[in-house]
Design a protein around this ligand. Structure first.
Ligand SMILES: NC(=O)NCCC(=O)O
Ligand SMILES: [Zn+2]
Ligand SMILES: [Zn+2]
Length: 467
């Protein structure tokens, strides 16, 4: 017995088109699209009809950068795969790509299997994995080939965090060369961690221990320098490059210059860099710890360059880098020493709304909203057109979005497992109303109707921008 749902009367938005069309969903997939009032749409019968009149009908969000349960700084990111993917669903995100971690001295296989086990049976929405390479050697390079075949087609390397995730230039070059051969996309955390550690030590010696000093030592120039170096290493290797969590105007300029030369270089930014700034890091007392992440928040002036990069396509993707730590008991670990504050911000639930607010504010178009939040991350990470659009044959991951509803972001009302909101009190025009994941309604006008275990592991093909 097939199961059919009809979404009727909405404005269908994809990265390519805006059409007044009804959507027929059958057995978890998009079966057909037809203009409102057309003979085709009139002939459809369904088990369930969702009235989307006055609403947008958009693809479920694809958040390509999350860290559920990430071990960091002596603690763990506070969202589990269960709580974090439920919050994602509430916020209109129906796919996440999280980061499995290779332990130092461990294999990629062990790291990936540990992350499969953490997520298995827990997720409310579909999920895939990137792999963090912390130990590039002959055997992990060989394992990269196997992971690409298995559907883990992207690898994050760190120029930051010496002694933890850091790789030197030789290791980075080797990983890029391997990626050039096997199709794996290298994702780079581009900050000069060796130089930053010197500045951290010097700041602490001067007694500069408050959260705002986190932003001061992680200098714009050290993000720009690392971005430049990563691009040159990728050129030498003949590999494409995706730079994660770009925060500084000068780093955007490096990406733009590379793209102007026709190089396959891509960039991601995150809502925190678009909406927050060093003003937040400088909030009184220890409040600034809520905003400690790396790359760090920048002075407000950098935001214009990030928005411009999103408009000019020098930046392609907005992901959250969702990595929440509670203010009480976790961010606290860095009282008296900013370098011990666990790095990361919550946001998986807020991304679609914050980017819609940018549409309302006239910063980006409606189609660009869908592109940077759904289609481009799906293409970048080999999920398109199964994910990231609404097209016959694709997964019926669909959000009915009310563009006029108003609400206020707050820890009182959010669903992420964290005791503060980075956007506390921010007014948003636009709200998720109904969410379907592979045809199942998982959020129904203010009620969560999904379940842990509905979300399926989704293997990925290689980057669709370069292959
Ligand atoms: N971004 C951050 O501060 N924490 C998560 C780890 C990373 O992405 O570097
Ligand atoms: Zn990073
Ligand atoms: Zn991250």
């Amino acid at each position: 017995m097939s199961n059919r749902t009809l979404i009727r009367g909405g404005l269908l938005l994809t990265a390519a088109d805006e059409t007044h069309a009804d959507v027929l969903v059958e057995d978890g997939r998009v079966a057909a699209l037809a203009a409102h009032g057309s003979a085709a749409a009139g002939s459809w019968t369904a088990d369930r009809t969702i009235d989307a009149t006055g609403r947008y009908v958009i693809p479920g969000g694809v958040d390509a950068h999350t860290h559920m349960e990430l071990p960091f700084g002596g603690t763990f990111a506070s969202d589990t795969f269960e709580t974090g993917t439920r919050a994602a669903a509430w916020g209109g995100t129906t796919t996440i790509v999280d980061f499995a971690v290779q332990a130092r001295g461990g294999s990629l296989r062990e790291g990936l299997d540990a992350w499969y086990a953490k997520a298995d049976g827990k997720c409310a929405v579909d999920y895939g994995f990137h792999m963090i390479l912390s130990d590039v050697d002959e055997s992990s390079l060989k394992e990269m080939d196997l992971l690409v075949e298995e559907g883990v087609t992207s690898f994050k390397l760190f120029m930051a965090y010496p002694g933890v995730f850091y790789s030197d230039d030789g290791r980075i070059l080797r990983a890029m060369q391997r990626g050039a051969g096997n199709g794996g996309l290298i994702m780079m955390h581009a900050e000069n961690g060796i130089a930053i550690d010197v500045l951290v030590e010097q700041a602490l010696a001067r007694g500069e221990t408050d959260p705002r000093h986190h932003g001061e030592v992680r200098k714009v120039l050290l993000e720009a320098e690392a971005t430049h170096r990563a691009i040159q290493l990728a050129r030498v290797a003949g590999a494409p490059l995706y730079v994660v969590h770009v925060s500084a105007e000068e780093a955007v300029a490096e990406l733009a210059a590379a793209r102007d030369r026709g190089l396959p270089v891509f960039g991601e930014t995150c809502p925190q860099y678009l909406f927050l700034s060093t003003d937040n890091l400088a909030e009184p007392g220890f409040e600034g710890a809520k905003y400690v992440c790396s790359t760090p928040l920048r002075p407000r002036e950098h935001q214009a360059a990030l928005w411009r990069g999103l408009v000019t396509d020098d930046l392609q993707v907005v992901s959250t880098d969702h990595c929440p730590f509670c203010f009480s008991g976790q961010k606290d670990l860095g009282r008296g020493d900013f370098s011990k504050i666990p790095n990361g911000l919550p946001g998986v639930e807020n991304r679609m709304d914050l980017l819609h607010q940018a549409v309302v504010d006239g910063r980006i178009s409606r189609r660009r909203w869908i592109d940077i939040a759904c289609a481009a991350p799906a293409r970048m990470f080999g999920l398109y057109p199964k994910k990231g659009t609404i097209a016959p044959g694709g997964d019926a991951d669909i959000v009915v979005y009310d563009p006029r509803a108003e609400h206020v972001l707050s820890a009182e009302t959010h669903h992420m497992n964290v005791d503060y909101s980075a956007y506390e009190g921010k007014r948003i025009t636009g709200r998720v109303e109904t969410v379907l994941s592979r045809g199942e309604v998982i959020v129904d006008r203010g009620e969560f109707t999904g379940r842990a275990g509905h979300g399926a592991y989704t293997p990925r093909s290689t980057c669709q921008y370069v292959n």
